[in-house]
Design a protein around this ligand. Structure first.
Ligand code: AHM
Ligand code: MG
Length: 326
């Protein structure tokens, strides 16, 4: 009986194909996989662990912080700090980036950006949530202090990006710029196993995904697009967890949108932690990702850690269809 290749084996096999690889990057991916397993365990037992509910505080983006947001953020920080392969981390849950001070980490070549628990307002009602991560090569010299510019890099400069979907099954999907591969968590052996090799987004799908409850606040162009797809009998599907909505889009085609509103002209989603990593994955799977100005998300200048951007991503023909209204 053939057995499935594990995430570790996959990462090592990729590392072997680059003779100059130091193994640092592969090690970092493996540590992200371990952090994902621990978050998965806690998300799965959340109802039993007095870890549901909010902390009665806001993060720097003004969102209510859930206990599980804090837990996941802490865990990502610890795993990255202890990996010895990551120089620092910027997280949706932190006001500023953190540079790891120990001599091994501080000389590392990579930094990580993450939304440790995306869609966390869904946790208390047992709906899918996710973790999003991106890896950049640092720009500052390896023996000097980390700078804001090490994190504020364009999405096109990401070395790798991925997400973990804590859904009906737990999946880790990632790209290092050479296609997209998906791994399903096998609880029996405690490993992510390759289940979705070379993921390719269909060219078109009859699903659109956005918070239509905000329609009164959308631009006329987005409202016209909604009328258009309603007339064409597209299905509206919206979980309210970006990772789940984008994962469905990746598998079935269609389009995911978080447009600007009157209150938030740049929308809600953060470019560094959500927009860029998910756009890299969507593009690597053959899709497109733009903002409401029809600019490619991965080309947008990143000027601050918590910058927001409107987002339209998905199957190529679906995104082009939205574009025809912009
Ligand atoms: P979060 O990072 O604070 O969880 O917010 C991001 C989430 C996305 O997962 C999702 O697409 C969006 O917020 C849903 O927002 P809304 O409830 O406004 O539709
Ligand atoms: Mg988020």
């Amino acid at each position: 009986m053939s057995r499935r290749i594990t995430l570790d084996e996959f990462i090592v096999s990729k590392q072997k194909s680059y003779s100059e690889s130091s193994g640092e990057f592969s090690g970092l991916l493996r540590h992200l996989g371990i952090a994902a397993k621990i978050i998965n365990r806690v998300v799965n037992k959340a109802g039993l662990m007095d870890i549901l509910g909010s902390e009665e505080m806001m993060n720097s983006s003004g969102d209510a912080v859930q206990k599980l947001d804090n837990y996941s953020n802490q865990l990502m920080m610890e795993y990255m700090a202890n990996s010895g392969i990551c120089a620092g981390i910027a997280s949706e849950e932190l006001d500023d980036f953190i540079a790891f001070a120990d001599p091994i980490s501080s000389r590392s070549s990579y930094v990580v950006v993450t939304d440790p628990l995306d869609g966390s307002s869904n946790i208390d009602v047992n709906i899918s949530v996710g973790t999003i991560f991106g890896i950049y090569r640092r720009l500052s010299p390896e023996d000097s202090p980390l700078q804001l510019s090490d994190f504020c890099q364009k999405g096109k400069d990401l070395v790798a990006a991925g997400y973990v979907l804590y859904g009906t099954s737990t999946m880790l999907v990632y790209t290092y710029g050479d296609g997209v591969n998906g791994f399903t968590y096998d609880r029996g052996i405690g490993e992510f196993c390759l289940s979705h090799p070379n993921m390719v987004i269909p060219d078109h799908g009859k699903i659109y995904s956005l918070n239509q409850g905000n329609a009164n606040e959308f631009s006329d162009q987005i409202r016209s697009y909604i009328d258009h797809v309603s007339n064409k009998n597209y299905s509206l599907r919206y979980v309210g967890s970006m990772v789940a909505d984008v994962h469905r889009t990746l598998c079935k085609g269609g389009v995911f949108l978080y447009p600007g509103t009157v209150k938030n002209p740049q929308g809600k989603l953060r470019l560094l932690y959500e927009g860029n990593p998910m756009s890299m994955i969507v593009e690597q799977a053959g899709g497109m990702s733009i903002d409401e100005g029809s600019n490619r998300i991965l080309e947008l200048p990143v000027t601050s850690l918590h910058q927001r951007s409107s987002i339209i991503m998905g199957a190529r023909k679906n995104v082009e269809e939205v574009m025809s209204f912009l």
